[in-house]
Unconditional design. Structure first.
Length: 348
């Protein structure tokens, strides 16, 4: 089995304004599906050169989109049983696709099923802006029941990191102050990271003692007044009620849900999509009560008129089409003034 994570984000703003009604996700999915059906180019190149490609995988019960990072350079190699390396067997015109799955849920929540190589959540915002002129602002969903979660967490790992230039015992108290001061004399650039874990071997009594110690350190971090200097502080463990693995981000107090998947299934293009949709729909059901309790309710219906039909080349092509259309109008007006009424200008 392989481990994947599901992140939860919320569309807080759209086109610079607070979004108090549902995001038109179904219309976005329909536009992408129609574009795929008629063969419209859906590739978008980001400012940094990353090529993205989206497609609709499902419309109900929640719109699900696939966002691929498209690679045709710096590709990995494959090897035979003797380790002899050879190029990836791609047919002419084929590309490597690295996928992230996005489900648009109630309350403008987006569940994002990630892998190690797929595009991050912010890439979806880039794509929707570049291809459809939408500007969604994504914020992480915050766990307001963090105390309850930490109380149920059978913690097994605690990890933190901070830039070397910020190393100082003043950030913490007791033994950790000595650790950070010592590290400051050893490291003066880069990132300093410490990870404590229970481990797989050892007696149950010893493991529990380590868990108790880690829990003390978690409490110390949460009481510390300088946590904002850290880049990364997480606690990981098993939820004693559900048995699920949880990773709690102690800086933003949000969680990432980890799931186990069959790597053979996710290596199959058809099966992987069906499995991803099933996983995301289950996450929607499992967390619906939490979202209803912690996120604002939305009034009204989605404004489908915000989402234009997709024109090949994205917004640049749409802009060019508008310019051409304006030019046509001007030509038609000139012809009409010159007595050309009854003639129709047709662009080929």
């Amino acid at each position: 089995m392989a481990r994947r994570s599901v992140q939860f984000w919320r569309i807080e703003q759209l086109n610079g304004d607070e979004l108090s009604r549902p995001f038109p996700a179904r219309r976005v999915a329909e536009v992408l599906k129609n574009a795929q059906d008629v063969g419209t180019d859906r590739h978008f190149t980001s400012v940094d050169g990353t090529v993205l490609l989206a497609q609709a995988a499902s419309l109900a019960p929640h719109p699900v989109l696939l966002l691929d990072r498209v690679r045709d350079t710096n590709l990995p190699s494959v090897g035979d049983v003797l380790g002899r390396r050879k190029p990836l067997p791609l047919a002419p015109g084929d590309h490597l696709l690295e996928t992230t799955y996005f489900a648009f849920l109630k309350r403008n929540v987006i569940a994002v099923l990630t892998s190690g190589n797929g595009p991050r959540a912010s890439r979806m915002a880039e794509y929707l802006e570049g291809m459809l002129g939408l500007e969604p602002n994504l914020v992480p969903v915050v766990r307001e029941d963090i105390e309850e979660i930490l109380g149920r967490l059978e913690v097994s790992r605690f990890e933190f990191a901070l830039p070397a230039e910020r190393l100082s015992g003043k950030l913490m108290e007791g033994e950790w102050a000595d650790v950070l001061d010592s590290a400051s004399r050893l490291v003066n650039e880069g990132t300093f990271r410490i990870s404590l874990s229970v481990g797989r071997s050892g007696r149950a009594e010893d493991k529990q003692r380590i868990r108790d110690r880690i829990q003390q350190l978690i409490d110390l971090f949460r009481r510390a007044g300088s946590v904002e200097h850290f880049d990364y502080v997480v606690a990981e463990g098993k939820d004693s009620l559900t048995g699920d693995r949880e990773v709690v981000d102690l800086l933003k107090e949000r969680f990432i849900s980890h799931i186990e998947v069959d790597p053979d299934v996710f290596n199959d293009p058809q099966k992987s999509v069906a499995e991803a949709i099933a996983i995301l729909n289950k996450q929607a059901r499992d967390n619906e009560a939490f979202f209803a309790r912690t996120l604002p309710d939305l009034k009204g219906t989605a404004d489908a008129g915000l989402v234009p039909d997709l024109v090949s080349g994205g917004m640049a092509a749409m802009h060019a089409a508008l310019v051409d259309a304006a030019a046509d109008v001007e030509v038609a007006d000139v012809e009409e003034e010159a007595g050309g009424a009854g003639h129709e200008l047709v662009r080929g």
